[in-house]
Unconditional design. Structure first.
Length: 261
């Protein structure tokens, strides 16, 4: 797919590959709530773990399609801070999938100039998981292609709480005054510091809520809710979501739509 970025790195126009209709306005940052693995499996008489395994194929498709389109940041909600309430065996399987993904896919991601970042609270994670996450970030830290952000043990309220606590400690220690606290300071203390806010948030499974995902950052994101389950999310579904985004008028509280060419 041919694409061109403007100097600001904001939205770009891309001509879709043969067989796709029209021009797409490509979001710089796409965030996805990958929902429906268990229901997909249940509907086929399979185990929930099989649904999670099949969902990994959709992760690879999302990464490949993001690179093809010229998306700069792709954030995937892979394990929420609320997912600890799931059965222990399912949690164990999800952690195993993370280990497998990093061990099997990290070399390919690095070879394709993908940078890996991880957001979320790592305190509760096992030492070997923390080591794998550190390894993925360290190996790919100088890459300049797509940034793949893995939200693991992530919850937006927890993220904001940790940010507020850190700011309060700075104020109490005299490193800053309360008057100096503004949106930029808060943003700099979030897990996503130095990253642009998402332009497009996609959720699969037909559910229509953010479920504690990027609550601060998604203030002006376009939300696209898709009725299919995550294992069925393919390139065509991704393009459908981007086409929906392309048709939206983004005003950011103003009157005229803000578009970049």
């Amino acid at each position: 797919m041919n694409s061109k970025a403007n100097d600001s790195g904001a939205e770009i126009l891309a001509t879709p590959a043969e067989g796709d209709a029209g021009e797409l306005r490509i979001p710089r940052h796409v965030a996805i709530i990958m929902d429906g693995n268990g229901r997909w499996a249940q509907g086929r008489g399979l185990t929930r773990t099989e649904g999670h395994r099949r969902g990994m194929e959709s992760v690879r498709t999302a990464v490949e399609t993001s690179r093809e389109l010229g998306v700069s940041y792709l954030t995937l909600f892979s394990f929420s801070s609320e997912n600890w309430a799931r059965p222990p065996l399912e949690i164990q399987f999800l952690f195993g999938l993370l280990r497998l993904f990093i061990q099997r896919d990290l070399a390919d991601l690095h070879r394709n100039d993908v940078r890996v970042r991880v957001i979320g609270n790592r305190v509760r994670l096992a030492a070997d998981i923390r080591a794998l996450l550190d390894q993925a970030e360290t190996l790919t830290c100088h890459n300049r292609g797509l940034t793949l952000v893995i939200a693991f043990n992530y919850g937006a309220r927890d993220e904001i709480t940790r940010a507020v606590r850190a700011i309060a400690e700075d104020v109490a220690a005299g490193r800053m005054t309360a008057d100096a606290v503004d949106e930029a300071v808060i943003g700099a203390h979030l897990d996503t510091a130095s990253m642009p806010d998402p332009d497009l948030v996609i959720r699969t499974s037909g559910e229509m809520r953010l479920s504690n995902f990027l609550l601060w950052q998604a203030a002006y994101a376009e939300l696209v809710f898709m009725p299919l389950y995550w294992p069925d999310f393919d390139r065509a579904a991704y393009l459908e979501a981007v086409k929906e985004y392309s048709n939206r008028a983004r005003r950011f509280g103003g009157i005229a739509a803000r578009r970049s060419t």
